[in-house]
Design a protein around this ligand. Structure first.
Ligand code: AMP
Ligand code: ZN
Length: 500
């Protein structure tokens, strides 16, 4: 598998630090509002990278933070007359709902900046002790000139940046030794959330949180660090400086950055006001369509949002789901076993299907049990689509080509699988489409509605769980039903239920 490393500016063979395991850190959102679909791009593309690595058999430890202390959060709290914590908790919960809608898996750990202050103070102290940071009246700065590799990720000309930022030294930031020095800790202003520290009652700078959380949850050296390309400088450059100077080790082996989601060819952003929230999009489209749209382009290519492209994505997704549903129909109606051959049906090629004489002959895969010999041979063609899919994903997560491979498989299924095939073959082709879609986080199967009897059975089980004081299981059942749009009403006559 090859990945494009921003630091070396080339595609490199991916070799994790520990064979079979991947440690991955993705910078998460600052939570002061609903996320927009620009923020959704890194969530979707790096969730897909994670899923693909899991598909390849890696165990992925995926960490993504929520920045829950920040100027914008504080400003919003003041505007609403509530605490900053109330704002961040509200939008973390909303963000998680959006992630679920987009089928983005929860991270292994979602740390919160405000819960990691001790670790930040510790890292800042180490940097001061080693001479990489200095305190001026309660504000601690990182001494960029002391870190020889500063700028290695962004390949920026630091002298140009320095002279371009000279003005900083005369406009309020005159305490700094160098215009490129950045804040690690700052004293509180009136009314702001703050924590005690050796330097002042205050709060951490933004960059330090990611260095600390990556170290705590993944270790001093990690495999992949990712985020949107606007984070390359200064955020990721500064993370490298902090982590490498503190730990004395290289920080991340591979740096991955997604290009922007644009609208009218300009970056979608809160500050420009040219954004759609994920929530707004969900009112018009199934969020699976949004996911499909995001994956229809390579993650390093800019992607322009438009209603036409969303329509095209909706149609593409529909084409895949129709194929899966047709295969499901064939499956329901196909006779059990290899009955079709008993009916003497012939394949498109005209070659008669031989009776499966070697049930359990798994020359292609375990799935081939129950297929006719001809189908078993044919199944190699089906597997070739998976090879194509894997080759695309192995090439720096080329999801556009991976989707093209799924479309080819769908086309194959539409024209080659018929009622004349065995259940085993139909099932295997259907499973293959569903599986490849699942690697991309695309749900290709219609969600089955629960039947009335199944609901009654679950309610019964919930009653028994409650009687046995197993409230965790009782809640789990209630939530499971809720996800299916079924609400329970505990009445004097017993439990009643209704569909939303
Ligand atoms: P923020 O909340 O602004 O720190 O952003 C959270 C994540 O979304 C970061 O990885 C950003 O790089 C990314 N991001 C923000 N806007 C866009 C955009 N228009 N296109 C792609 N990624 C974006
Ligand atoms: Zn970060």
């Amino acid at each position: 598998m090859k990945v494009f490393n921003t630091q070396t500016r080339r595609k490199e063979e991916f070799e994790p630090l520990v064979p079979g395991k991947v440690s991955m850190y993705v910078c998460g959102p600052t939570v002061y509002n609903f996320i927009h679909i620009g923020n959704a791009r890194p969530m979707i593309v790096f969730d897909t990278a994670r899923r693909y690595m899991e598909h390849k058999g890696y165990e992925v430890n995926y960490v993504s933070n929520f920045t829950d202390v920040d100027d914008k959060i504080i400003a919003k709290a003041i505007e609403e007359g509530v605490t900053a914590q109330e704002i961040s908790e509200r939008y973390i919960a909303e963000c998680k709902k959006d992630m679920e809608g987009m089928n983005v898996k929860p991270a292994t750990t979602h740390p919160l900046a405000t819960q990691e202050i001790d670790g930040m103070i510790e890292m800042i102290q180490t940097l001061i002790d080693k001479g990489y940071a200095y305190d001026v009246d309660g504000t601690v700065y990182f001494r960029t000139k002391k870190f020889k590799d500063y700028g290695k990720l962004s390949h920026k000309n630091l002298d140009d940046l320095r002279s371009g930022n000279r003005s900083l030294l005369v406009t309020g930031e005159d305490q700094k030794e160098d215009p490129l020095d950045f804040v690690l800790w700052k004293p509180k202003k009136e009314g702001e959330p703050s924590w005690p520290s050796p330097w002042s009652d205050g709060r951490p700078g933004w960059h330090i949180e990611c260095s600390v959380m990556a170290k705590k949850y993944l270790g001093e050296e990690i495999d992949i660090h990712a985020g949107g390309e606007d984070l390359i400088f200064p955020h990721h450059e500064n993370e490298i400086a902090q982590s490498e100077c503190c730990n004395g080790k290289p920080f991340a082996k591979y740096w991955l950055h997604n290009a922007f989601l644009n609208i009218d060819n300009r970056k979608m952003s809160k500050s420009l006001g040219n954004f759609f929230t994920v929530r707004e999009i969900s009112e018009k489209y199934d969020l699976q369509v949004l996911r499909f749209f995001m994956l229809s382009a390579h993650y390093r290519s800019p992607l322009n949002f438009s209603a036409e492209l969303m329509e095209a994505s909706a149609n593409g997704l529909e084409r895949i789901r129709n194929a899966v549903s047709n295969l499901g129909y064939l499956l329901e109606n196909a006779p059990a076993g290899s009955a079709s051959t008993e009916q003497g049906t012939e394949k498109d090629s005209g070659a008669p299907m031989a009776q499966n004489t070697a049930a359990g002959n798994t020359s292609v895969s375990g799935q081939s049990a129950g297929m006719t010999a001809a189908e078993q041979a044919e199944f190699a063609n089906v597997m070739a689509f998976e090879t194509k899919f894997d080759e695309a994903m192995d090439d720096d997560f080329n999801t556009a080509d991976a989707i093209a491979a799924i479309f080819e498989l769908v086309k194959y299924a539409n024209s080659n699988v018929s009622a004349g095939n065995t259940k085993a073959f139909i099932q295997a082709v259907r499973d293959e489409i569903v599986k490849l879609c699942d690697v991309l986080g695309i749900i290709a199967e219609e969600q089955q509605e629960l039947l009335d009897e199944e609901i009654e059975k679950l309610i019964q089980e919930r009653q028994e769980a409650r009687k046995a004081k197993n409230f965790a299981r009782a809640d789990e059942i209630r939530n499971q039903l809720l996800e299916q749009g079924i609400t329970l009403l505990d009445t004097r006559e017993g439990v009643k239920w209704k569909r939303a």
